[in-house]
Design a binder for this molecule. Structure first.
Ligand code: F3S
Length: 440
């Protein structure tokens, strides 16, 4: 790897032990991935903030780096922590957890990182321009930055993003190079996605298919920023997608010489919804088997018949199940989403818990909506989210979400039963305290 004179000095330790350590991490990565050189970055975004994920070893690692004099040299923001940094007591977070979480925040603060604690930094002031090289690590934000904003970033790990922030550069490989930004899968969308959950369900299917490749969507007539945010987050969870294109919206689309193809119809989306509901996995399989084995052709077996059989066998949750928590805002809500939620609640009282996760900056700009949500009994939760907060410790078992990414991670990260549906359906569940599985 070719290093400039300055970079060699940094690596030798002439700028102190913290910069030396950062350069060692970056050079090691560059060698593994065959980077020819470093590229300067304009911003960084660091994940790995919740004490739930970092543990004591993580605190030690960060504190040591801060003690060695580490300081970021480009604007650097932080992913959600394990709790709302101001209102953690009201959320039921234990003192022991809060103490550890605050130690982590302190270490980042000492390094000059902005304590933004959001996975949608682009809604909160860290919004790179087209063509800028950056080092971001939150997978959904990486996808948004590459695909919607037109920036260039790999899916960094927390330590490598922090190293890049401290050194102000990152090795030039992967998605920093044009040749790796070509679409490898063309997805023909033959249904009309209507809301964030539809985009999440579509992302769930495509992520599983394309894995670490680059999908190009054809046939999407319109999509707003929140829907694209949900699509990217879902694909980053069920696959490892860091970049996608939507024909008619993305600029500079590049396609590999022989991309694969897939199509998504209403039927595929139905199946995805069933799979993404915790008890629906077996049911979705039954639909597939029924379709595959039915000699009269695809789609002949009435779905209602399979559903009722599955219900009898106990593989699909019963109708009207109790919901402990409705959790919206994965990735963190935009101001538009806060408005939609406030409008849907319309002053009605809720019976389950309701978390609306967002960044503090967005929440501060939505005081009216916050008031409406809180008057209904919900909470606008900042700095954290339903996946990285210790929900399991807090006794939340049945959680309803409208996010493909949250639906993917909640069963493993929080041992929760997930109900996945549109924002309207989630709000209806919060008001009734129950999830209606009838038209899930
Ligand atoms: Fe953000 Fe948490 Fe979802 S970090 S993308 S809200 S899992």
């Amino acid at each position: 790897m070719r290093l400039t004179k300055t970079e060699l000095e940094m690596l030798k330790g002439n700028e102190g032990p913290a910069v030396k350590k950062a350069m060692e991490i970056l050079v090691a990565l560059g060698k593994i991935y065959g980077a020819e050189r470093m590229v300067p970055i304009t911003s960084a975004q660091v994940s790995g903030v919740s004490y739930k994920n970092l543990g004591d070893a993580g605190i030690e690692f960060l504190a040591e780096w801060a003690d060695a004099g580490a300081n970021v040299r480009v604007p650097t923001t932080l992913n959600p922590a394990g709790m709302d940094l101001k209102n953690w007591k009201e959320l039921g977070i234990s003192e022991a957890f809060a103490k550890k979480q605050l130690e982590i925040i302190k270490a980042f603060e000492r390094m000059g990182v902005e304590i933004s604690c959001t996975c949608t930094p682009y809604f909160a002031g860290n919004c790179p321009r087209r063509g800028e090289h950056i080092a971001w690590s939150e997978s959904s934000a990486v996808s948004f930055a590459n695909s919607v904003l037109g920036a260039y970033t790999n899916r960094e790990g927390g330590p490598s993003a922090l190293a890049a922030a401290i050194a102000g550069r990152t090795p030039l490989y992967g998605y920093h190079l044009e040749e790796n930004r070509r679409a490898t899968l063309v997805v023909d969308v033959e249904f009309e996605p209507k809301n964030q959950a539809d985009f999440g369900a579509m992302g769930y299917l495509v992520g599983k298919e394309v894995k670490g490749g680059v999908p190009l969507f054809r046939g999407i007539k319109e999509a707003n920023l929140d829907q694209l945010k949900m699509l990217g987050a879902s694909m980053a969870a069920s696959g490892a997608v860091a970049l996608y294109y939507v024909e008619g919206m993305a600029q500079n689309i590049q396609t590999a010489p022989t991309p694969k193809n897939m199509k998504i119809t209403e039927w595929h989306i139905r199946k995805a919804y069933d799979e993404m509901n915790s008890d629906g996995k077996k049911f979705a399989k039954q639909i597939c088997v029924a379709h595959a084995t039915d000699s009269r052709g695809i789609g002949h077996t009435p779905e209602s018949a399979i559903r009722s059989r599955a219900q009898t066998e106990g593989s699909v949750a019963c109708y009207d199940e109790k919901i402990d928590l409705v959790a919206l805002g994965c990735p963190h809500c935009s101001i538009d989403e806060l408005r939609q939620i406030a409008k849907m609640l319309g002053g009605k009282k809720i019976k389950s818990g309701l978390w609306v996760c967002t960044s503090r900056k967005v929440a501060d700009g939505a005081k009216e909506e916050r008031l409406i949500i809180e008057k209904s009994g919900g909470k606008v939760v900042c700095d954290t989210c339903m996946v990285v907060a210790p929900l399991e410790e807090m006794g939340c078992k049945n959680i309803a979400v409208n996010s493909g990414k949250a639906a993917f991670y909640l069963p493993t990260h929080c041992k929760a039963n997930v109900r996945f549906g549109s924002m309207e359906k989630c709000i209806e569940a919060a008001i009734k305290g129950k999830w209606n599985s009838k038209d899930a």
